[in-house]
Design a binder for this molecule. Structure first.
Ligand code: F3S
Length: 387
């Protein structure tokens, strides 16, 4: 990989140990993927934040770094709401470690916005055509597919290295030739909003890391696209998809898959909730203001009978205090900075009902509890139903 003189000097350690280590990571990645050079990024989203996932070793690695990030950078969700962790049932030992991790990132100049929807709180962090170094798979998918920016799915260390250097190796989804659709998906069903997560769950399993091009009966809404991309990135590893009429076509002879109403119904039935559900959690990816509004409407005049968590970005909760108040009036809890998958607080339940194809794919493996799926209405019904 070609390096400029500045980059070469940083790699040789002439700009300090932290930059040397960051450059070492970027150069190693660039060499593995045959990148020709480093390119500047507009923003970075760093994964590897929850103490549940990175543990002591990760905390030590981050705490050792010195320096400042060169581009606007935010964090992925942490293992707890940074201020209401006691209400989540998080113990003090975990909380202290989690706060240490976030503080270590803050000391590098990274904003402690812990969210998988950085685009919702900082719309200028990613614009069409921008190169980014984002980590969280649903955010990566949204950036590539809905915003039209360009990012690979970075690991925690490579995103952090990109933030410190302000650049990333030019390979993968930064190159036009890797952004061509590889498979056609025809959706032969009228979809309601909750179907997009299920559709992504089905398609991700089929296409793995392909680039699907969808044909829909109607143009999906933004939150539907968010759910679709998140689920495909979890059940498969889709980082880019197309949904627009004027999107590039898949080359002639590309494989084609049709998803029918029957396919969706089968997955819905397979994952239907039952009496074992002892927690309901929505907001994967983090809830938008529109989704909070819908939940506030559905919960109006009701009381929850079991734990009901709504996960969102702190910036969104702060923007919508009345909605948060309305939702919490029912006994449901709006938690920020975290989510049901990366928080150890989920692990003490038996079965979690979710409205997200991504959470449906991840909860059993990462929380070691069972998962069930339903729409927002069904989630509210399950949360407010008396035993
Ligand atoms: Fe976000 Fe957690 Fe889901 S990081 S996409 S809410 S698994």
């Amino acid at each position: 990989m070609h390096l400029s003189r500045d980059e070469e000097e940083a790699l040789q350690g002439e700009r300090g140990e932290t930059l040397r280590r960051a450059m070492e990571i970027l150069v190693a990645l660039g060499d593995i993927y045959s990148a020709d050079r480093l390119i500047p990024v507009r923003s970075v989203q760093v994964a590897g934040v929850s103490f549940k996932t990175i543990g002591e070793a990760g905390l030590e690695w981050i705490s050792d770094l010195r320096g400042r990030v060169l581009v606007p950078s935010v964090l992925n969700p942490a293992g707890m709401d940074l201020s209401r962790w006691r209400e989540m049932g998080i113990d003090e030992k975990f909380a202290n470690k989690q706060i240490e991790i976030v503080d270590a990132y803050k000391s590098l100049g990274i904003s402690p916005d812990c969210t998988c929807t950085p685009y919702s709180i900082r719309p200028d962090s990613a614009r069409k055509g921008d190169h980014l170094a984002w980590s969280e798979s649903s955010a990566v998918s949204f950036a590539n597919s809905v915003i039209g920016a360009k990012t690979n799915r970075e690991g925690g260390p490579s995103a952090l290295a990109a933030a410190l250097v302000g650049k990333t190796p030019r390979y993968g989804y930064h190159l036009e030739e890797n952004r061509i659709p590889t498979i056609k998906i025809s959706v032969d069903a009228y979809l309601d909003p909750s179907d997009y997560g299920l559709l992504g769950y089905i398609v991700g399993r089929e296409v793995g890391e392909g680039v699907p091009r969808f044909r829909f009966r109607r143009r999906p809404e933004i939150d539907e696209l968010k759910a679709l991309g998140a689920a495909m990135a979890a059940s498969g590893s889709v980082a880019l998809y197309y949904f627009d009429e004027d999107a590039p076509s898949a080359p002639k002879g590309s494989e084609q898959i049709t998803v029918t109403a029957e396919d969706l119904r089968a997955v819905r039935e397979e994952n239907a909730p039952d009496d074992e559900v002892d927690i309901v959690a929505v907001g994967c990816p983090h809830s938008s203001p529109k989704e909070l509004e819908e939940l506030a409407r559905l919960l109006e005049g009701k009381k929850v009978e079991r734990e009901f968590w709504i996960c969102t970005a702190r910036g969104i909760a702060e923007r919508c205090p009345k909605l948060v108040e309305k939702i919490e009036g029912s006994g449901a809890k709006v938690f920020c900075d975290t989510c049901m998958v990366v928080s150890p607080a989920s692990d003490r339940y038996k079965k979690m009902m979710v409205n997200s194809g991504k959470a449906l794919a991840y909860v059993p493996g990462l929380c070691k509890i069972k998962a069930a799926f339903g729409s927002n209405e069904e989630c509210v019904r399950a949360a407010t139903r008396r035993n």
